[in-house]
Design a protein around this ligand. Structure first.
Ligand code: FAD
Ligand code: FES
Length: 368
């Protein structure tokens, strides 16, 4: 009897192992798509190994589609037109695509898997995005959770970008994190400086990239990034400007102000910086120096939760009520916003509904 039970268990285990083996072999066989072709803009053909995402297949061929969320399907930055061979639209793509985009065959490159030859269209400007190799030159503690990091480009490389654009940093494995991830960071240095860039990075508790940057990265380390990306840059007009930022959102605004200092401007400009307490203020001296340099620039920090012992004499609360100090002609005012999605939504609503700014003159980079 006992022997019979042992025999039955052995038989069942054997069948289980055999089935698992068949499944693994079938899966390998089914997902072996061989070499496939990506046709870009009816001009360029690339041979890639099938089965990977369109985003990673292009990146292997040094074509870098913006992917601010690192391919997690949450940012929508990787939209591109798939004319043929993209397969059905996936549920992970729908929330980030409008009806018009779906009708226009727009897809998320990070979600589309290459399972057959594929035909796509991407803007020509994407071909200017490159991978850069750099060495960490300087790390500054701006606040208890914000660091400024300078990346010096290696091999005589130089970078061309517009003030306000961002790069995508490639992390290295550390501690228990075994994989490299990609995250977006706005360049905080001026575009006139071409052989190095500075980033301003706020620590996100348990964040993969920011923990690496804050706790592991050191001067002399070699780091790769791609860029430049994005359409958050100063429009070349004479309109008055309102800058609004919170936390590390000050990064692209710093780059824009440094660039405007280089090229010169008489535009009326106000920078509203929202922070919790005085401990979250940084680059204050630089902002006061800009006030002295420009004809009409005002730096306006606003604290939401000043501590009683800080003896804060400045503005308190949300930034929105203070915009009235800065807006003289709403139809001739542009706004440049940078920070959390919540801040950007609230400020945009206020600028349009309370201050009558044109929505299409409000430019932003959302760090969400
Ligand atoms: C265009 C663009 C430009 C950006 N520029 C900058 C910049 O200049 N400086 C900068 O510090 N960041 C910037 N970011 C944000 C940055 O890309 C990362 O999202 C952020 O640093 C967190 O990365 P992580 O890997 O440490 O966290 P993750 O491992 O991605 O996230 C860990 C957890 O924290 C949450 N989380 C992610 N980001 C935040 C956040 N910002 N605040 C609160 N919770 C969060 C996630 O939902 C998750 O639960 C930018 C983002 C975009 C899209
Ligand atoms: S990379 Fe963010 S949605 Fe595709």
């Amino acid at each position: 009897m006992f022997l019979r039970i042992i025999q039955d268990i052995a038989l069942m285990s054997g069948i289980g192992i055999l089935l698992a083996l068949v499944m693994v072999i079938a899966q390998r066989w089914l997902s072996n798509y061989g070499e496939l072709n990506i046709n870009i803009n009816s001009k360029k053909d690339l041979t890639v190994t099938g089965g990977n995402s369109l985003l990673s297949s292009l990146s292997e061929k040094q074509i870098f589609i913006p992917s601010a969320c690192g391919g997690r399907g949450t940012c929508g930055a990787c939209k591109c037109k798939v004319i043929e061979g993209g397969g059905p639209l996936l549920p992970t793509e729908k929330p980030l695509l409008s009806k018009a985009e779906i009708e226009d065959h727009i897809r998320l490159a990070c979600q589309v898997k290459i399972k057959s030859d594929i035909k796509i269209e991407i803007p020509e400007s994407i071909f200017n995005i490159k991978r850069f190799h750099s060495e960490i030159e300087e790390i500054i503690d701006y606040t208890y959770d914000i660091k400024g990091i300078t990346f010096k480009l290696l091999n005589g490389e130089t970078i061309d970008f517009k003030a306000g654009q961002y790069i995508q940093l490639e992390t290295q494995p550390y501690g228990k994190v075994k994989q490299s991830v990609v995250r977006a960071y706005s360049i905080s240095s001026k575009p006139e400086l071409k052989d190095r860039i500075q980033l301003i990075i706020r620590l996100v508790p348990e964040g993969i990239c920011t923990t690496w940057v804050h706790n592991y990265l050191k001067v002399g380390d070699k780091v790769n990034f791609t860029g430049p990306y994005g359409d958050f840059y100063i429009r070349d007009t004479n309109a008055d400007i309102i800058f609004v930022a919170g936390g590390s959102g000050q990064a692209p605004i710093k780059s824009m102000l440094e660039h405007l200092k280089e090229v010169g401007t008489d535009r009326k400009m106000s920078f509203f910086f929202g922070a919790r307490t005085t401990k979250d203020l940084y680059l204050t001296e630089e902002m006061l120096a800009f006030e002295k340099h420009f004809n009409d620039f005002h730096y306006i920090p606003v604290l939401s939760h000043p501590e009683p012992d800080e003896n804060w004499q400045g503005r308190i609360g949300f930034v929105m009520p203070y915009f009235k100090e800065a807006i003289r002609d709403p139809k001739n005012t542009e706004a440049y916003l940078c920070g959390s999605p919540g801040m950007i939504a609230g400020v945009t609503k206020s600028l349009v509904e309370e201050y009558s700014l044109d929505k299409d003159k409000i430019y932003y980079d959302s760090f969400g």
